[in-house]
Each structure stands twice: as C-alpha cells, then as structure tokens.
Design a protein around this ligand. Structure first.
Ligand SMILES: NC(=O)c1ccc[n+]([C@@H]2O[C@H](COP(=O)([O-])OP(=O)(O)OC[C@H]3O[C@@H](n4cnc5c(N)ncnc54)[C@H](O)[C@@H]3O)[C@@H](O)[C@H]2O)c1
Length: 347
C-alpha cells in the first residue's frame, strides 16, 4: 500500500501522547522526521517512534523531498508562520485546532493552502469517535426527529503555570472556550448537521487569574430554531470533571458520557419515543427503555491520520475542512464578543 510520508512539527503533549502513537497504527502513514524548537523533545520523540530525523528548525524538515505531509502540533501562535512555510515547501498540512489565534488568521491559513493547491485539514479528531460517527449518521437520518435542544459539557483542571502559552491570550487566542469549547461546538454542528445563527457567551476568571478565561459558557440559537448550550471549564478538578453531551429531539433523546475525550469509548443512553403519542398529564416515564447502539471503538487519531492520508493518496476532499473549522472558530470569536458587549451576537 502506498503511504504518506509524514513530518511532525511540535513534539509536545498531544503529538507525543496521542497523534504520533495514532500515526504508528495508521495503515497509510510513515513517520519520517520530527521537529521541535526544543532539541531534547525532538531527539526523544525521534528515538521513541523510530523516525529517521530530528530537527530544531522547520526549514530543515521542510527541505526533505521525501516528506509529503506535515502534522503541525505547535502552540497556536506558531501555526500561521509554520503553515506558510509548509505551503511554500508544497507539503500537505494537518493542523491542530484551533487553526489560528483568531478568525482572520484562520482564513488566511485556508486561503494560502487553497491558492497553492495544498490540502489542509484540522485536528478536530473527536469527529472520529465511534459514537459521534454513529450519531451523525442516525441523527441526519432523522432518528431523533426534529432537534429541539442540545447541551455539551467538557471540563478539566488547568491551574496557573508560569510562562504557559495556553494561559496567555496573544499566544493561544483564548482559554477554555478556544481550547475545549471548539470540540464541543464542532461536534454539535457535525452530529446535528445544524449551524449556529446567534450566540450569547459569558467568560470568567473566577478561580484562575491568568490572561485567558478559566471558564466559558454559551447559549446558541441553531439554524432550525433549537437552542444549544456549551460549558467549557478549566477550573473543575479532573477527577470531578464530567464529560457529557446531550441531544433532544421530537422522537427521542441521546446522552453520551465520556465521549468528549482523547480516548474513543464512553457510554450512550438513547431513548426513542413514538411521536404520535398524545398529551399525557401524568408524564409517564416508566416505560422508557434505552436502545442498544453498537459501535466499533478504535483510535481517533489513527482514523484522523488515515482519513487525511487517503485524501492525499486518492486526491479527494478532506474529511474535516478548513471551512468547517473556521465556522467553529467564528462561533468562539462571537462568544468572546458577546461576553465583552453583554449582547447576543449574530454568527
Ligand atoms: N486535538 C487534540 O486532541 C488536541 C489536544 C491537545 C492539544 N491540541 C492542540 O495541539 C497544539 C499543541 O498543543 P500541546 O498540548 O501539544 O502543547 P504543548 O505545549 O504540550 O506542546 C507544544 C510543543 O511545541 C513545541 N514548540 C514551541 N514552539 C515551537 C516552534 N516554534 N516550533 C516547533 N515546536 C515548538 C514545544 O517545545 C512543545 O514541545 C495546540 O494547537 C493545541 O490546541 C490538540
């Protein structure tokens, strides 16, 4: 089988912990070189995964003709410049979320890739979780009827750390909403097929006083009139964090536990109801039974790498487009504006 030869730019948390291990399991991928501004990190990751080369500059990695694609997993403030360099070197790009520090940067990134004919996809890998893929299919087929409400909650513990890039707005673009909220909002759009038309956001620095929000909550009007809520918190201890995703429709509901995660798994409770039932003043619930939804769990990062690899090898559309990721980034940006102005913002 023909394989995509990969270079990795940024060998820190997510690259080392999840994406490179996922790449190792991908049938159509071969890791050639890694680069990190920190020499120890690039050397360590090269040894750990058996790459041929370790570099500390993008130029050296991008000069390798044998590399077809790069995975960029550096801090957000580096994305724009590294994409520009990779495009010049004609490498296809899988870029970590969020695409850029703001929508303007994200749009510029998409535009230069398009102009130069370089494929670009974004690391919104939770779309590849088994339950999310299954629900995308079932909900678009109408299994829950008309969607009327949805709610997502994704939290973690992220205390103050000196010089941490994520805690400085000019390096990260934002806090809990930008980092965690993008996944929830992206999944909401992906699974329901609905767009966000209007948003009210509230951000806080209630517990941690760093330069980005430690919590962000949004209420969103969806394109069919339904309302969705997303909570993103950096201030709930990991052991107490709840990952929960709920979707309600006129024919049933679904609640997912622990699928907003880097590991494919979790539990699902789906209840379907006959929407021909009439009004019941007793609001009986004792007959409800949950559906048996079968899925095959796997590795979301392997699926992400394989999907992007196939788009390159077969010259087809990428599964997660830059336009899609920009839509989500626009929603996050509108939430910041709403929080600042204390008003609903049209998206
Ligand atoms: N999709 C996901 O599951 C997921 C999860 C976490 C993070 N992310 C995203 O991945 C990106 C990286 O996040 P992280 O948590 O791995 O960060 P991190 O801080 O753990 O790692 C970043 C790495 O980049 C290196 N670095 C810094 N400046 C660099 C430069 N100019 N060139 C190359 N390398 C440089 C650092 O030395 C470090 O090794 C961010 O965009 C983040 O939002 C995605």
């Amino acid at each position: 089988m023909k394989k995509v030869k990969w270079g990795v730019i940024g060998c820190g948390g997510i690259a080392d912990r999840r994406t490179i291990p996922g790449m190792m399991g991908a049938k159509n991928a071969e890791l050639i070189a890694v680069m990190d501004s920190n020499r120890d990190s690039s050397e360590r990751v090269k040894e750990k995964y058996g790459a041929k080369y370790a570099f500390t500059s993008e130029e050296e990695l991008l000069a390798l003709d044998e590399i077809d694609a790069v995975y960029i997993a550096s801090p957000v403030f580096c994305h724009m410049q590294q994409v520009t360099m990779a495009v010049k070197a004609k490498k296809h790009i899988l870029l970590e979320k969020p695409m850029g520090l703001d929508v303007k940067e994200a749009e510029k990134i998409a535009s230069i890739c398009e102009t130069e004919g370089v494929k670009l996809s974004v690391g919104l890998m939770m779309r590849f979780a088994a339950y999310h893929q299954k629900l995308h299919e079932l909900i678009l087929e109408g299994m829950l009827g008309e969607i009327v409400s949805a709610r997502a909650q994704f939290t973690c513990w992220f205390p103050e750390m000196e010089n941490n890039w994520r805690q400085q707005k000019h390096l990260s673009g934002g806090g809990a909403l930008m980092d965690l909220g993008v996944h929830s909002i992206d999944l909401l759009r992906y699974i329901t097929g609905l767009e966000v038309t209007e948003i009210a956001g509230m951000t806080s620095n209630q517990i941690f006083k760093y330069g980005v929000e430690d919590a962000g909550s949004v209420i969103m009007r969806l394109s069919n009139g339904a309302v969705a809520y997303v909570d993103s918190n950096f201030n709930v201890p990991d052991s107490a964090s709840v990952s929960k995703f709920e979707i309600y429709g006129t024919k049933g509901s679904v609640v997912l536990y622990n699928t907003l995660s880097q590991v494919d798994g979790g539990e699902i409770e789906m209840i379907l109801s006959d929407d021909s039932v009439g009004y019941d003043a007793m609001q009986k619930r004792e007959d409800t039974k949950t559906e048996d939804i079968k899925v095959q769990f796997g590795n979301m990062y392997t699926r992400e790498i394989e999907a992007f690899g196939n788009a390159i090898l077969e010259d087809k559309e990428v599964y997660i487009s830059a336009e899609d990721a920009i839509c989500t980034q626009k929603i996050v940006e509108a939430a910041y504006e709403s929080s600042k102005k204390g008003k609903f913002i049209k998206v």
